[in-house]
Design a protein around this ligand. Structure first.
Ligand code: FAD
Length: 439
C-alpha cells in the first residue's frame, strides 16, 4: 500500500481527500492530511462574518470529522520543510515520509515588501481576521457614538482597504452595509457623512481581473453606495491612524484607523526552499501533470494557490475552482502512477466569476452570461450556498441569512481586549499578531 500525504486541508486538499475515498477502501493507498488548523475555511463568505450575516463557526469545517468520514488520517501540524529527495515532510512536531505528496497549503498575504503595512495593516485571510475586524468596527462605532466633534468622529471612523480585487470589494461592501444599517438605528448620533470606507486600487477600476465593462459598473455601484474608491494609487506607508499614498508621483495622506491589506497573496515560506522554480510571488511553477517544473519529483503534485499554472499563455489567478479541479487531477494522476500508467494533463474549466457588492447587488459572469443587480446577488447566494461542501453548514448558513434578513445584524463586542488571552488585540486598538520579515 502506498503512503500519500496531503499538505493543507483547504479547497484543493479537501477535494483530494474526498476523491481518495474509494481508493482507500480498495486498499490501494493510505492517506494522511496535515494542516496547521483543525478546520478548513470557506473563504468566499469571510466578508459576511464582518457584517454578521453569517456566524464564524458556520463557515469553518471540522477537518478531523471530514477525515474520519473519508478514512483519512488527520494530523494537526505546521509544515516547515519538504525534501523531495528523501521524500520527507518536516513539520513543527514531527517528520512524515511519503510515496506520493500533494502540496495544497494555499497562500499568505503578500505585503509586497511594505514593512509599515506588515506592521500596521490587518490581513484578511483567516477566520480570526474577520472576527478582529468586526470587533474593531463595532468598537469604533461605540466610541464615536459618545463624541460630539464631527471631525473627531470622522477621524475615528475612517477605514481603508488596500486592494480593489474581489476580496477587497466584498469586504468594503459588507462593512458599508453593516455600518449604514447600524447608524440608522443603534448608533444614530453618527451621521452618514461621518464615516468613510475607501478602497485603494492601483488599476483604473476596481476588480481589474474581470470584464472591464462589469468592473466599471461595479465601481459605479460601490460609489453610489457611499464607498470611496481611489484609483491609480500606490500605498507608501500605513501608520496607526493614517495612510500615505501616491498618485502619479504626488503624495497624499488620509486618516485611517483601520487599514486592511487585500492587495495580493504569495506562496508559503517553506515553498521557497523546496528547490523548484517559483514566480516572484513564491508560487511553484508546475507542468501540465501538476508536478514541479524544475525538480525531478514526479511523485509530488502542487495545487491551488501554492502553484503557478500556465494556461493559454498566462499564470492563472489563485481561485478556489482551480484548486478544486487540480485536487481531482492530482488524485487521478497518483492512482495512474500507482497503476503503472502515464499521468494525464490538466486542463482548466473556467466557470466565470461571482462578486458580491453588498445587499441586493452583484456582478456575475457564469459561462459567459453576464449579470448584475438583485438577480445576480441571489445567484451569488445560491451558488456559494451550494458550494459549501457540508450539509449541516449549508443549513446553518441558510438560517444565518434568514435571521439577519428578518431581524438585522447584532453589534455585540464579544472579544474583550483587556482580558484577551495570547494578546489577541493589542490595547492600542491595533493589529492582533505581527508577521515581520525573517532575518
Ligand atoms: C477573503 C477571501 C475571499 C475569497 N473569495 C473567493 C471567492 O469568492 N471565489 C474564489 O474562487 N476564491 C476566493 N478566494 C480565494 C480562495 O480562497 C483560494 O484560491 C483557495 O482557498 C485556494 O485553495 P487552496 O487549497 O490552494 O488553499 P486554501 O484553501 O487556502 O487551504 C490551505 C490550507 O493549508 C493550511 N496551511 C497553510 N500553511 C500551512 C503549513 N505551513 N502547514 C500546515 N498547513 C498549512 C491552511 O490552514 C489551509 O487549511 C478568496 C480568498 C480570501 C482570502
Amino acid at each position: 500500500m502506498k503512503n500519500v500525504l496531503i499538505l493543507g486541508g483547504g479547497f484543493g486538499g479537501l477535494t483530494a481527500v474526498s476523491f481518495f475515498r474509494k481508493h482507500i477502501k480498495s486498499g490501494k493507498v493510505n492517506v494522511t492530511l496535515i494542516d496547521r488548523n483543525n478546520y478548513s475555511l470557506f473563504t468566499p463568505m469571510l466578508a459576511e462574518v464582518v457584517s454578521g450575516n453569517v456566524k464564524p463557526e458556520n463557515i469553518v469545517f471540522p477537518l478531523r470529522e471530514i477525515c474520519v468520514k473519508n478514512l483519512v488520517h488527520f494530523v494537526k501540524d505546521e509544515v516547515k520543510k519538504v525534501d523531495p529527495e528523501t521524500r520527507k515532510v518536516i513539520c513543527e512536531n514531527g517528520e512524515y515520509s511519503y510515496d506520493y505528496l500533494i502540496v495544497a497549503t494555499g497562500s499568505r498575504t503578500n505585503f509586497r515588501g511594505n514593512l509599515s503595512a506588515m506592521k500596521n495593516a490587518f490581513e484578511f485571510k483567516n477566520i480570526t481576521d474577520a472576527i478582529h475586524i468586526k470587533y474593531l468596527v463595532i468598537d469604533s462605532l461605540e466610541k464615536a457614538s459618545t463624541m460630539d466633534d464631527p471631525e473627531e468622529k470622522r477621524k475615528l471612523l475612517s477605514f481603508s482597504i488596500i486592494g480593489g480585487g474581489i476580496t477587497g470589494v466584498e469586504l468594503a461592501s459588507e462593512m458599508n452595509d453593516y455600518i449604514r444599517a447600524k447608524i440608522k438605528k443603534e448608533y444614530n448620533t453618527v451621521k452618514p457623512d461621518e464615516y468613510d470606507i475607501t478602497i485603494f486600487e492601483y488599476a483604473k477600476t476596481v476588480l481589474p481581473a474581470i470584464d472591464p465593462g462589469q468592473a466599471q459598473k461595479a465601481q459605479e455601484i460601490l460609489v453610489n453606495n457611499g464607498i470611496h474608491v481611489v484609483n491609480g494609487a500606490a500605498v507608501d506607508e500605513v501608520g496607526l491612524t493614517h495612510i500615505t499614498y501616491s498618485i502619479n508621483g504626488q503624495q497624499y495622506t488620509k486618516n485611517s484607523t483601520l487599514t486592511v491589506w487585500t492587495a495580493g497573496v504569495e506562496g508559503q515560506e517553506y515553498l521557497k526552499h523546496m528547490g523548484g522554480e517559483a514566480t516572484p510571488d513564491s508560487r511553484l511553477k508546475i507542468n501540465k501533470a501538476l508536478t514541479p517544473q524544475s525538480i525531478d519529483a514526479p511523485n509530488v503534485f502542487v495545487i491551488g494557490d501554492s502553484c503557478a499554472y500556465e494556461f493559454k499563455g498566462r499564470f492563472l489567478p489563485p481561485v478556489a475552482p482551480l484548486a478544486m479541479q487540480q485536487g481531482v487531477m492530482a488524485v487521478k494522476n497518483i492512482i495512474r502512477l500507482i497503476n503503472g500508467k502515464e499521468p494525464i494533463e490538466f486542463s482548466y474549466l473556467h466557470f466565470g466569476y461571482l462578486v458580491s457588492l453588498g445587499k441586493n447587488n452583484s456582478v456575475v459572469n457564469l459561462f459567459g452570461i453576464k449579470m448584475r443587480g438583485a438577480l445576480a446577488y441571489y445567484i451569488w447566494k445560491v451558488a456559494y450556498l451550494a458550494k459549501i461542501g457540508m450539509f449541516k453548514k449549508q443549513v446553518a448558513v441558510f438560517f444565518d441569512w434568514v435571521m439577519s434578513f428578518c431581524f438585522g445584524n447584532e453589534s455585540v463586542l464579544i472579544l474583550e481586549q483587556d482580558n484577551c488571552t495570547n494578546c489577541i488585540l493589542q490595547k492600542n486598538h491595533k493589529k492582533p499578531v505581527k508577521r515581520m520579515p525573517e532575518g
